[in-house]
Design a protein. Sequence first.
Length: 248
Amino acid sequence: MQPTFLPWQGYFGLVADADVFVLLDDFQFQRHSFQQRNRIRLADGTESWISLPVGHSADGELPTLAEAVPLVDAKWRRRLKLTLDQSYGRAPHHGTLRGFVDEWIDTPWTSVADMNIAFIRLVAGWLGFEPRWRRSSEIGATGQRSERVLDLLRRTRARTYLCARGSFGYMAEDGVFPVDGTEVLFQDFAPQPYAQRRTDEFVSHLSVLDALFEAGVDETRRIVLEGQRAWTPWRAMPAMIAATRAEP
């Protein structure tokens, strides 16, 4: 998986079930994607985006996540901390976790990959999810999209590939998978509700920060694990997608 910014619960569902988790740090950075932004709830309960400013390369080409540089200064750090204070200052677990989040915010990260990976590993450690962490840049791989993923799987000697459900579309289009010797399974994650202040209806698909501040570490671990449904094999994906599209 690409290391995204302040990921949602489902990302940690993937981490929980993986023996080896490969962070795709040398894949291309995409602007206005979850690589540099995610959603939280504000003080009035409405949803809002938190964005990480990222510099432009001199030649105009999109860098990799390991090359993309966060344009983070004291002003941005103060604004992010203020936003979190205003949004979650009265949340039950804000005081317990906030110091660790502040330390992450205040660290002078030199790349988007390093910054995002540090947060992912911090939260995974809290939740007790400790796969063997690898970076794609350290493994080395060639090819484009699915070919490159397959090369990473072969280099790590993976027998099973756990991937996000949204990956099926481009993988089917590329025509590389399925392959002999590696089972491909797709995540089916159902966000689990938890107590949220200032809202009458549960708001899902937010940054995991919302669950951590509102529900705490132990409850967040529970809702991540309970959100994981049975993994879907490659052969069953077309029917599942068709059934989903047919739903009213």
